[in-house]
Design a protein around this ligand. Structure first.
Ligand SMILES: [Zn+2]
Length: 292
């Protein structure tokens, strides 16, 4: 288990999103701690329900192995074909959601991500490209974790940022890598974090017409900047066997409130005003011939 809310320039894209009060979402985060919970380890193929995952988190809070924090994403990793959530490999590769725990007698929401072992289903849940760090399982997990972390940042409770198709920010760029480079051993990567190269899918930048980018540089700020970086809106491509995360009608993420205003797949907006502003900006860029 890893409890984190990763911080990196990649996270600056979160600053293109605002909370319900119009404030920019914080674009910082810190890795918290790692807890190897070796109690009642599920067998290969065994399904683990959300209730069981929340119960495990509760046990960690109760024992002190984990510290509760409302803004922390608790990422739950498993081995082999352990089926976190019951649809791993067929319906999704990972997902984020929330549960309810009791901390010092007080009911609290806890954010968590089910992170099963993606390399168990390489055709559906990995890039299929040579791993940049020589560890295809870990490299695949990094990509999925980035996806779920960014979605948690902008849609913590499944009630905030998503488009009319129900896609959260990372869904809109799922399995899209942008410009990649190759290591001397053939590994494919698109971003360097610290001293290591990783292949991480792009994420949605909520500016102008929007777009998928690997990171948001100063030059990328503004609709023209995005367009000049070659961004165009396109439909996320479907994987043959599994989506990056659960979009089950019965799932927690399927409960969408009516106040969100979803008009075009190209925009993620929470109000009519922000949609109109985004549409206006996008139209002016398009008329300048920069966006198809
Ligand atoms: Zn997703």
């Amino acid at each position: 288990m890893r409890a984190s809310h990763g911080g990196h320039r990649r996270h600056t894209k979160s600053a293109t999103y605002t909370d319900g009060s119009g404030n920019q979402i914080a674009n910082v985060g810190n890795y918290a701690r790692y807890w190897a919970n070796n109690a009642n380890v599920p067998a290969n193929g065994q399904s683990v329900s959300d209730a069981q995952m929340v119960a495990m988190l509760q046990s960690g809070f109760d024992s002190g192995a984990l510290t509760y924090d409302a803004s922390t994403l608790y990422a739950i990793f498993s081995a082999g074909t352990v089926n976190l959530g019951g649809g791993f490999g067929t319906q999704y590769c990972a997902y984020h959601t929330h549960g309810t725990v009791t901390i010092n007698g007080v009911t609290q929401s806890v954010l968590y991500a089910a992170m099963p072992y993606n390399y168990a289903y390489p055709s559906g849940c990995t890039s299929g490209l040579t791993a940049p760090n020589g560890d295809p399982a870990a490299d695949a997990e990094v990509n999925a974790l980035a996806h779920e972390t960014e979605e948690t940042t902008t849609d913590m409770m499944g009630t905030a940022w998503y488009d009319r198709r129900g896609y959260e920010n990372a869904d809109k760029c799922a399995w899209k890598w942008g410009t990649t480079s190759t290591t001397s051993s053939g590994g494919v990567w698109n971003i360097t974090v610290g001293s290591k190269d990783f292949l991480v899918q792009m994420n949605w930048v909520n500016l102008g017409c929007g777009g998928c980018l690997i990171s948001l540089s100063r030059a990328g700020l503004g609709a023209g900047g995005l367009a000049e970086q070659g961004w165009i809106e396109s439909v996320p491509h479907a994987r043959t066997t599994a989506a990056p995360h659960r979009r089950s009608p019965a799932g927690p993420q399927a409960r969408r409130p009516a106040q969100n205003f979803r008009v075009s797949p190209g925009f993620m907006t929470t109000s009519r005003r922000s949609f109109l502003n985004a549409a206006r900006t996008c139209a002016s860029v398009a008329s300048a011939g920069k966006v198809p």
